[in-house]
Design a protein around this ligand. Structure first.
Ligand SMILES: Cc1cc2nc3c(=O)[nH]c(=O)nc-3n(C[C@H](O)[C@H](O)[C@H](O)COP(=O)(O)OP(=O)(O)OC[C@H]3O[C@@H](n4cnc5c(N)ncnc54)[C@H](O)[C@@H]3O)c2cc1C
Length: 382
């Protein structure tokens, strides 16, 4: 497949996301205008099967679109990405009735989804919940606190994971946003990705009908999630390369020469582009590998995520240097926002330290080791 989805999303982002990116960042507000445009233009149906009103596309298209959008606004791209992952998970594991109820509405842009996995008690091991599920007759009572939920207050449903102490299972639930006992704590004030609205979600004796229970432990959506996080980073890395190239042309000196004419600056631009391009194309190759269900798809997705995260951070640092003094001033040029955005990829779970351990273990235990095994070997509950 060519990069058509990436090119189209990039163009769409420049037109509909970029105009709001600075204001969203400055005010730390949800990217409402951008999400509205994405809803209106059918983006939320990307990975939803055609029979439920979506476009039936896979992980590669997801990677391409999220990367293209992130070049203009990583906050909006990440909110979009989370909804895609939720929809993909539902299409893999939800009951037929739940799919029919939810997926057509996501595909049409009527509703959006959030992911509520992370907890303070298990940190970066977000797939090991301490939130509890107490099964009653036909419904469950959920209790606990999730630490960071992107699109908090704005999503219509939250995909969450809870532990059933009786059965020992960890189960996925789609919790309606207007459920009794569901609340959010505080307002997001992140260093970067300031449009994410990523705050704690509390479920206090929240009753959820078994209709919203999702079979399986979300294994199949893990790769699209890892790829999605990599896309935000690859998009930021490319965004920095683009913005820096634009800036060095317009920055001129008294003699009429521009910053872009200095050889070491040209070398710097080359570094930014090389990292961004390598991150983007490695990611798209890994996403293709996930779609093909290659034996080494898990490893490839991890490698792409580690690579793109490092590329974003390195470009954030080098880009700041090339922007000079003006780059260091808040809200003057996009570079300082991109630099702050670039740092989030390192900590978003599974973080790159954990992923590197998984990848190393996968390497020495080839042929292919299942994700659950990697989890067990890094579990904080060991
Ligand atoms: C902008 C943003 C948006 C987010 N959105 C969501 C969301 O929508 N949904 C959601 O569920 N979560 C979300 N998160 C949460 C994110 O996934 C958490 O930051 C993550 O769970 C890490 O948890 P922690 O901060 O408790 O890290 P900690 O567990 O405290 O770890 C801190 C650091 O220690 C190191 N470390 C910890 N454990 C290990 C280990 N076993 N091996 C090696 N190194 C280790 C790593 O370097 C790690 O970064 C978001 C976070 C951010 C910053």
């Amino acid at each position: 497949m060519s990069n058509t989805y990436y090119e189209n999303a990039k163009e769409f982002g420049e037109k509909y996301l970029k105009p709001y990116a600075a204001d969203i960042d400055e005010k730390g507000r949800f990217p409402s205008e951008s999400i509205k445009e994405l809803r209106k233009n059918g983006y939320f149906g990307l990975v939803i099967p055609k029979e439920y009103g979506g476009q039936g596309k896979g992980v590669e298209e997801h990677a391409q679109v999220c990367t293209g959008l992130a070049e203009s606004c990583a906050s909006a791209s990440l909110c979009y990405m989370m909804s895609n992952v939720g929809a993909y998970c539902l299409s893999l594991y939800a009951s037929e009735d739940l799919k029919k109820e939810i997926l057509p509405k996501v595909a049409s842009g009527e509703i959006i989804l959030g992911l509520a996995y992370s907890e303070t008690g298990t940190g970066t091991h977000f797939y090991l919940p301490e939130m509890t599920e107490d099964q009653k007759d036909g419904y469950a009572i959920l209790n606990g606190r999730k630490s960071f939920v992107t699109t908090a207050r704005e999503a219509d449903y939250y995909l969450t994971i809870a532990h059933n102490p009786e059965s020992g299972e960890n189960n996925l639930w789609l919790v309606p946003g207007d459920s009794e006992g569901l609340s959010f704590d505080s307002y997001w004030n992140g260093v970067g990705l300031r449009g994410n609205a990523s705050v704690p979600m509390i479920l206090d004796n929240t009753k959820v009908d078994n209709f919203y229970k999702i079979e399986g432990n979300g294994d199949g959506d893990r790769l699209i999630f890892i790829v999605g996080l990599a896309s935000a980073c690859a998009g930021i890395a490319m965004g920095i390369a683009n913005e820096t190239a634009t800036y060095v042309k317009k920055r001129t000196y008294s003699g009429g020469t521009s910053l872009g004419e200095i050889e070491s600056v040209e070398t710097g631009l080359a570094n930014l582009y090389t990292r961004g391009y390598a991150a983007r194309e490695t990611l798209f190759a890994a996403a293709r590998s996930v779609d093909r269900e290659d034996d080494d798809a898990f490893q490839n997705a991890i490698a792409a995520r580690v690579n793109s995260t490092k590329a974003a951070v390195a470009n954030g640092s080098e880009g700041m240097k090339l922007f000079g003094g003006i780059g260091y001033v808040r809200n003057k040029e996009p570079m300082e926002r991109l630099m702050r955005d670039s740092l989030a990829g390192q900590v978003m779970a599974p973080g790159i330290d954990v992923l590197r351990i998984w990848l190393g273990r996968l390497q020495v235990q080839l042929p292919y080791m299942r994700p659950e095994v990697a989890e067990e070997t890094t579990s904080v509950k060991e």
